[in-house]
Design a protein around this ligand. Structure first.
Ligand code: BYC
Length: 497
């Protein structure tokens, strides 16, 4: 069976693939010589049908027989990683693609700095490496599960297509981690690969590993905020793992980062277009005060204070994904050459070993916020979190510029690092978005102003009406400036059958 047949016959593909001999290089785009690697083929023969079952059971609800205008990565060169075509999602060719090998690459940090990068798993670091790959892998199907209900309320076919693009690529990122597990971790790796399909987002007895991946993504604003903030955690973590001394992990993450960029684009422009619709409606109706929430909501658009509360929620929940600011796990991952800092190889001005270096970490001491110098090795999560917060600011500044351009007096602000945290230095502390340390009573009295409340969520939910006509958009979101793959405004991104 050739790839074309598979693409053109989605309904049959899942079942048919199980019984015919798979042409690996056709069905699974790859640059790891899958066609001649019997060991991996055997492992994937067991795993792939389970993955397809997971996709049909836990992936997007509905639209599985629709033709979606998707890009598929079939190679890592510029011409190969973005092939656009109508594809039925179950027939998406989930591939295994690693960025090209850099000959002579050395480990850029930690105790092994300067030694040749490992092509096999170093025995002494095996458990740690496996744990990090499993945590990374676990987030990918988790996000698909979180987003599975959204197709039905898509504000346009353009947005629906972007959702499905993100979903299939998260599926591919799961494949990327599964490849590493089954290729390099033997039987343990195969068991972990199966467990990645068994945990479920939000399930009480077998949840996803990290907190944010058990939250609900009930509406499109949540989706856009998630892809802006939480996919950006993906960017930061993948970038840190791309520095790894374990070369196959480094190469895998480097390629995943190219896809991650699109996910953050979907988030940033989704919020941007929401802001544009709000500001345009306010200007048209002559509403000057962004806090006149009742009047703004009557226009069928999202008020800016509500967007700020959504921002506060997603920023804070995502910050928890960086782990404790002070972490011996992070120190060990760095010391052993497994996980570097953001942009490690290009960082100037230190020795990349950090034995004696310090780093300033914010914490609450005697009821006051202070900044203390901590050993840099143990403060690596804190540093990556700071890099993340700085990276978020670029997009937030762009949102603010468009509000200013529309002549509306409102500005989004990132909440203080300690706001609404459950993990790390600030867990159990009550800190306002402005950075005041509060009592529990003060927090209870005011947190409804800072986080989305029930009325907010009910209002958002009331806006979530599907808009599935080509070229049309729901009232609360503006059309994009440019179509996917430069397609015209009325392009039918999803042919719904
Ligand atoms: N929830 O020393 P600690 C993405 C656990 S997103 C629950 O504080 P450490 C994507 C931790 O596992 C990127 N548990 O922190 C985005 C540990 O447990 P064990 C995902 C948490 O270990 C959108 C214990 O607490 N990739 O790709 O330095 C869509 C003590 O840990 C949490 C990665 O995260 C939490 N929030 O750092 C799709 C990279 N935080 O081991 C995809 C790989 C901590 O003692 N992972 N814990 O049982 C890592 O680098 C690290 O595991 C973490 C935690 C940064 C997550």
């Amino acid at each position: 069976m050739g790839a074309e047949d598979i693409i053109s016959d989605a309904a049959g593909a899942i079942s048919a693939d199980r019984f015919v001999e798979i042409d690996y290089d056709e069905v699974i785009p790859n640059n790891v010589a899958l066609g001649s690697d019997r060991q991996i083929q055997r492992a994937l023969e067991g795993w792939r049908p389970k993955y397809l079952d997971w996709w049909s059971g836990m992936g997007p609800i509905g639209y599985q027989t629709s033709e979606v205008y998707l890009r598929t990565a079939v190679g890592v060169d510029p011409g190969g990683w973005a092939k656009f075509a109508y594809v039925k999602m179950p027939s998406y060719r989930w591939g295994i693609l690693l960025a090209p090998k850099v000959e002579g690459r050395t480990i850029p940090f930690g105790r092994h700095k300067g030694e040749p990068a490992w092509q096999e798993v170093p025995g002494e670091h095996r458990a740690l490496l496996r744990r990090l790959i499993v945590v990374q892998g676990d987030t990918e199907p988790a996000s698909v599960e979180q987003q599975r209900f959204l197709g039905a309320t898509a504000p346009s076919l353009y947005d629906m297509r972007n959702l499905f693009q993100v979903n299939v690529e998260e599926g591919r990122h799961l494949w990327a981690m599964v490849y590493l597990l089954v290729k390099y971790f033997g039987r343990d790796g195969r068991e972990e690969a199966e467990a990645l399909l068994e945990r479920q987002s939000g399930q009480l007895d077998n949840p996803r590993i990290l907190g944010a991946f058990n939250e609900r993504t009930p509406d499109w604003l949540s989706f856009f905020m998630f892809t802006f903030f939480t996919d950006r955690d993906g960017k930061m973590q993948l970038a840190a793992l791309a520095e790894s001394g374990f070369d196959p992990l480094s190469r895998t993450c480097r390629f995943m980062l190219t896809e991650e960029a699109h996910h953050m684009f979907v988030g940033e422009t989704g919020v941007q277009r929401t802001i544009e619709a709000t500001c345009a409606a306010m200007v048209k109706a002559g509403i000057k005060d962004p806090n006149d929430v009742e009047a703004v909501r009557k226009l069928g658009v999202v008020d800016l204070p509500l967007l700020q509360r959504k921002l506060n929620f997603h920023a804070s929940v995502t910050r928890d994904l960086f782990g404790s600011e002070i972490s011996s796990n992070a120190a060990e991952a760095f010391g052993s050459g497994i996980k570097g800092r953001f942009n490690e190889a290009n960082l100037k001005g230190d020795d990349h070993v950090l034995a004696d270096a310090t780093y300033p970490v914010a914490r609450v001491v005697d009821g006051k916020l202070v900044e203390e110098q901590a050993p840099a090795l143990r403060a690596l999560n804190s540093r990556l979190l700071d890099d993340f917060i700085a990276d978020c600011q670029g997009g937030i500044d762009r949102w603010n510029r468009s509000i200013e351009k529309a002549g509306v007096a409102f500005k989004f602000v990132q909440p203080h690092k300690g706001f609404n945290r459950r993990i790390g230095e600030f867990a159990g502390k009550r800190i306002s978005p402005a950075g005041e340390v509060l009592t529990e009573d003060e927090w209870q009295a005011r947190s409804g102003d800072w986080l989305p409340n029930d009325a907010d969520m009910a209002f958002i939910s009331s806006l979530m009406k599907p808009c599935h006509e080509p070229g049309k958009y729901a009232s609360w979101i503006a059309a994009p400036r440019v179509g996917v793959d430069n397609k015209p405004g009325d392009f039918e991104y999803v042919k719904i059958y």
